[in-house]
Design a protein around this ligand. Sequence first.
Ligand SMILES: [Zn+2]
Ligand SMILES: [Zn+2]
Length: 359
Amino acid sequence: MNRDWLDKDFYKVLGVTQNASTDDIKKSYKKLARENHPDLNPGDSEAEKRFKDISEASSVLTDQKKRQEYDQVRAMGASAFSGQGGFNVDDLGDIFGNLGDIFGGFGGSGRRKGQSYQTNLTISFIESASGLETNVPLRKEVSCADCRGNGSENGTAYHTCNICSGSGQTASNQGFFSFAQPCQACRGQGSIIDKQCKTCKAQGMVIKNETVKVKIPAGVDNGTVIRLRGYGGPGDSGAPDGDLLVQIAVEPHQYFKRNGSDLVLDVPLLFTEAALGSTIRIPTLKKQISLKIPAGTPSGKTFKVKGEGISPQGRRSGDLYIRVYLNPPQNLSRSAKKHLESYRDQFESGDTPRDYLYE
Ligand SMILES: [Zn+2]
Ligand SMILES: [Zn+2]
């Protein structure tokens, strides 16, 4: 058992309910891990901490035995750790810590971070290799300017709720504790609108179309999600706005195929280039290079060109693999055919290269 568990709400960290199935927990973990992965949030210590937290939460909740223990510890609270049911000073500290959480949950700190939006962006293969800066369209909910966000006409046609005196909460007593709950008369708003703002139909929010500049790092791969912090929906007052998640789709290249940071290029050879050897010109992503083909190169042979793959930002460059294949002539002239036949008759009679198959 782990004392730390008392202070950690793994369900909340993963955004699942206590009854969530292991599959749901794994799904949620995958999603959050992707969003907060340090590789996608370089230099963001908050994301790094969240990534650690969700990893820890997932390691406990996806393990049947650990999860059971954890649930038990959470249910029993600090007494789970006191030998004879009594409390030591440490335990008391935990108890008050937990009460602090309970009270903190009311009042102002039920504030929620804004919703995250998702958008798709398609870029070319070459753009993905070099990185680029581009604009993505953004539909953003912003506070209505006409009513200053309170939803009443001109921002003034409202009165304070007299049930909760503007606090937005009513209290109900249950024994020792006093529980606050949202005021039903004003639905927790603290005020009641007399006349609605026409611009936002009393929502307090309007949709604004803008664009946001996105910097896409070199070497970004198909399916990568880039998080733009604060470009999502508005958070409750005092809480951060949500994020915009830009999912990158990379168009395939006509010739280059990507394998991690490496590139593969299939290159046809003439029969004579393969047989006699040759120096051929090969394109890389940035330039053309010469490649020496040794005499007697078989179809399918791969040549490695070091460092000419994808160079992901901040990481080692991949390599370019040139895979050659033989491309026999399709339409031989009569004279060319004659030459080849004479070559065959003179040099290829007898053994075939397939003899080993029949032994
Ligand atoms: Zn009220
Ligand atoms: Zn308005």
